[in-house]
Design a protein around this ligand. Structure first.
Ligand SMILES: Nc1nc2c(c(=O)[nH]1)N[C@H]1C(S)=C(S)[C@@H](COP(=O)(O)OP(=O)(O)OC[C@H]3O[C@@H](n4cnc5c(=O)[nH]c(N)nc54)[C@H](O)[C@@H]3O)O[C@H]1N2
Ligand SMILES: Nc1nc2c(c(=O)[nH]1)N[C@H]1C(S)=C(S)[C@@H](COP(=O)(O)OP(=O)(O)OC[C@H]3O[C@@H](n4cnc5c(=O)[nH]c(N)nc54)[C@H](O)[C@@H]3O)O[C@H]1N2
Ligand SMILES: [Mo]
Length: 767
């Protein structure tokens, strides 16, 4: 029998090649192929009846919130098909009939399972009962819930609170998240890292500092009726497919779409609406009117170029472009911005962005010519060393032109996980603001710790240095999502105990501390009965709408607990008499939790009443009324230095991104249809000239080495494929490429791992 927990069990997905075929990427997205694909996934996993029942309740008023992305639902009328191909895959994967039960764990050791691909791990099915891995054991074994909670409580109570880490992935409901942070703070620490640290932290930081709120400022209706949407560093066709429905409306209303991306992503080329006969027959609406092929991490100079164009247009025609009244009334720092831009040369901008002055001018003309404009972005901007600066530069663009805080204009960071925004609103944050803690303390009669906790990268470092010994995850797949896979694996292995609250099997269950627990929970689609009463939870979407989510399917197993119940049991077991919070009552009636949220978190007045409004309610957002929650009540222009990564001869910049067949580390299949890739994930997309220069043939196996401050990391066995992208740019899938992301390569201020600009070299595969 293979030994488990031995540091030799490989934390990387197996390095095995499948059978790649590459074809020309399609010219349009969605259409009948997407519908067929949705049904294929649902039928294969869930069966038609269970699957269809689930799909028809997705994103309906009174239904459940699709567990995939955070794109909002229409405020008014909804069709009966408010889901997309990738939402269908997420639902299929949760509602699957397959089970990762005690037999599976008895038959397969940890080492056996570690040899499975990420696809195979997820495909094992839903987890059915709590499992424990004893110290030195090779296999997980079943454990009762009470024993599991007692085990964690015992370990936590033998641990200095600051040596325990409590991670959250963005699927946790508001109710679960609120109670979780309350428990963690009563336990005595702010060690609450979350997936946001690896995701939109840069957006939150940049927006908070400049406009006073770390969230987007527009509604779905704004997007659908604006004159220009700039989609920068985002691939909506794959990651937010329902956004295409909105972009189609923008275009139909006469708006223009500019896509800024090193790749010409199919999703923004054209869209065939899957719920219209014309769309099913293949008739597509062209979406982007301009594609700007920026070089990876070339966005800061690109936006500076746009700003220079705005100033030039204003000089040519004073009073036409720059919104002087707005600037005077609402902002500070204008003069410094103008002075900075005067010093920046077009040569530097062109050189660093990889774009010509003409290309930038063309984009500027669309933006300037639009009376109203919205900028949407995601990971293509947030995961770079200067991500915060780049997003601040976008804020400059909107402030300079006054295109913010009025209908149809503003900023739109498009969130990832379906409730990642809500989790932060509920206090999942290692750097909680004082007013929040004060209210929390008042409400629950205790004193929260004030010392900031660890974010994701700091948490990994702390575990690695032996400064943390318990790791608890409310959802997610920390090992595979985090940077520097081998470093993170070493860190987790140094813990005394690692605990994962999960729905599906993943690699974080296999790379563990000395002891490990898997606590299986209900998914969004399932009925949550407490004391015979069905409960619902709430979430907040990317545009600040809070609404309910209630599943109606029979749970995957009778032995699952809701996340809320898990947190309550854990808190009661750990804190005992130390806590005066009525954990048991709240676990039985989620209205009681919402009453507490209402008293602690601003914007939730009459929560239990308003949550029954069909579609929910908007949280207050001062920027929409041009109120700025900054120190002096003004929006701030910022001066951001151009500070490009300097590459040495032979080096390339690698971004790590998502295929069309995955949700983060959950792999649904091995295709990436919109990029013409079938049956392989170990690929590296390269510019043709870059391949030729290195003598690399199409589909040749290569090894990739990343370079950071003299350190190197290597990912082996990827097939090189020629792809339309600027010189010097490369791309590979996450999580296979995470081994290359150096733990210390993080963004200024937000500390987000720089997963979109990894300095690499490639060489023919050795072996
Ligand atoms: N189906 C599905 N949906 C998802 C997810 C999923 O994995 N699958 N993940 C969810 C989560 S958590 C998130 S955060 C979002 C992620 O949504 P995205 O941010 O769209 O995800 P990525 O695949 O990382 O794509 C990044 C895009 O940015 C581009 N890009 C890379 N580097 C640069 C750059 O330097 N400049 C510019 N301008 N562009 C660049 C890439 O070419 C790619 O098009 O999606 C959410 N929705
Ligand atoms: N190189 C690189 N790394 C990245 C990124 C990148 O672009 N490149 N993107 C980063 C981003 S944007 C993000 S958000 C993170 C994502 O990081 P995570 O959120 O940690 O990872 P996921 O893959 O979304 O988590 C999947 C697991 O969540 C569990 N799960 C699913 N549904 C539920 C549920 O309802 N409840 C509970 N308790 N568990 C559930 C399942 O067991 C599943 O295996 O990864 C980051 N890592
Ligand atoms: Mo994310």
């Amino acid at each position: 029998m293979a030994a488990s927990q031995s540091p030799t069990a490989d934390p990387e997905p197996p390095r095995k090649l499948l059978r790649l075929t590459q074809s020309v990427p399609p010219e349009k997205a969605v259409g009948a192929t997407a519908v067929l694909n949705s049904m294929r996934h649902v039928q294969a996993q869930s069966g038609l009846a269970r699957g269809t029942k689930a799909l028809l309740r997705a994103n309906q008023k009174g239904g459940f919130d699709c567990p995939s992305c955070a794109w909002p639902d229409p405020d008014d009328e909804r069709s009966s098909f408010e889901f997309c191909e990738n939402g269908a895959k997420a639902i299929a994967t949760e509602t699957t009939r397959k089970r990762a039960d005690r037999e599976l764990f008895a038959q397969n050791s940890i080492a056996d399972l570690a040899a499975w691909s990420d696809f195979e791990l997820n495909d094992a099915g839903r987890l059915t009962e709590p499992m424990v891995l004893d110290a030195g054991a090779t296999h997980y074994r079943p454990i009762g819930w009470d024993d599991a909670f007692a085990l964690i409580a015992e370990e936590l109570n033998a641990t200095d609170p600051n040596e325990a880490i409590f991670y959250t992935s963005g699927r946790a409901s508001n109710e679960a998240a609120f109670l979780y942070q309350l428990f963690v703070r009563q336990f005595g620490t702010n060690n609450l890292p979350d997936c946001s640290n690896m995701c939109h932290e840069s957006s939150g930081a940049a927006l908070k500092m400049t406009i006073g709120i770390g969230k987007g400022t527009v509604t779905l209706d704004d997007i659908e009726h604006t004159d220009c949407v700039m989609v920068i560093g985002q691939n909506p066709g794959t990651n937010h497919p329902r956004m295409l429905t909105s972009l189609e409306k923008t275009v139909q209303h006469g708006g223009r779409i500019v896509s800024v991306n090193p790749l010409l992503e199919t999703g923004v080329k054209a869209f065939a609406h899957p719920q219209k006969i014309s769309g099913l027959l293949g008739k597509a609406t062209p979406l982007q009117s301009l594609h700007v092929p920026v070089r990876i991490n070339g966005d800061l100079p690109f936006v500076k170029g746009l700003l220079k164009c705005v100033l030039a247009a204003e000089s040519a025609n004073p009073g036409s472009v720059v919104d002087r009244t707005f600037i005077e009334q609402h902002t500070e720092g204008y003069e410094a911005l103008v002075a900075d831009l005067e010093h920046i040369s077009w040569e530097d901008i062109a050189h660093q962005s990889g774009l010509t002055k003409n290309q930038i001018q063309e984009a500027a003309e669309v933006f300037i010519g639009a009376k109203e404009a919205i900028t949407c972005w995601a990971m293509g901007l947030t995961q770079h060393h200067n991500a915060v600066e780049t997003i601040q530069e976008l804020v400059n663009l909107h402030l300079l032109t006054g295109k913010i805080g009025r209908p149809r204009s503003g900023l739109c960071p498009v969130r990832g996980h379906s409730n990642v925004q809500g989790d932060r609103t509920m206090g999942i944050w290692e750097r909680p603001p004082e007013p929040f803690l004060k209210k929390l303390d008042q409400e629950f009669g205790f004193k929260s710790p004030r010392e900031f906790g660890y974010d994701t990268v700091e948490a990994i470092e702390a575990m690695h240095e032996g400064k943390a010994r318990v790791f608890f995850a409310l959802g997610g797949n920390f090992l595979s999502a985090a940077p520097d896979t081998h470093f993170t694996a070493e860190a987790l292995r140094k813990c005394a105990l690692t605990v994962q609250v999960s729905t599906k099997l993943n690699r974080s269950h296999l790379i563990t501390g000395q002891r490990a627990l898997i606590l299986p929970c209900l998914g969004r689609t399932e009925t949550d009965l407490r004391n015979g009463q069905p409960q619902f939870v709430t979430v907040e979407n990317s545009m600040g709408v809070v609404h309910s989510s209630e599943g109606r399917l029979d749970p995957a197993s009778s032995d699952l607990l809701s996340e809320v119940a898990i947190v309550c049991c854990l808190a009661a077991a750990t804190l005992g008499e130390r806590s005066t919070v009525p954990w048991a009552d709240m676990a039985q009636d989620y209205n009681l939790i919402r009453e507490r949220i209402e008293r602690v978190v601003p914007g939730f007045d009459k929560f239990n009443l308003r949550i029954h409004q069909p579609g929910g309610f908007y949280l207050p957002n001062g920027v929409k009324e041009r109120r700025w929650d900054t120190k002096n009540g003004k929006a701030r222009f910022t001066v951001n230095t151009l500070n490009p990564l300097r590459l040495e001869a032979g080096q390339l910049l690698l971004q790590t991104f998502r295929s069309h067949d995955q949700f983060n580390t959950t792999i649904y299949g091995n295709n990436d249809r919109y990029r013409g890739i079938a049956n392989e994930r170990r690929v590296i997309f390269l510019n043709r000239e870059d391949m030729r220069e290195r003598g690399i043939e199409p589909q040749q196996p290569v090894d990739i080495t990343s370079h950071f401050h003299g350190e190197t990391r290597t990912a082996e066995l990827f097939l090189a494929i020629p792809y339309e992208t600027p010189r010097g740019c490369a791309a590979a899938y996450y999580p296979e490429a995470n081994v290359l992301v150096p733990i210390h390569a993080t963004a200024n201020i937000s500390q987000t791992p720089t997963s979109k600009s990894i300095v690499i070299t490639i060489a023919p595969h050795a072996g």
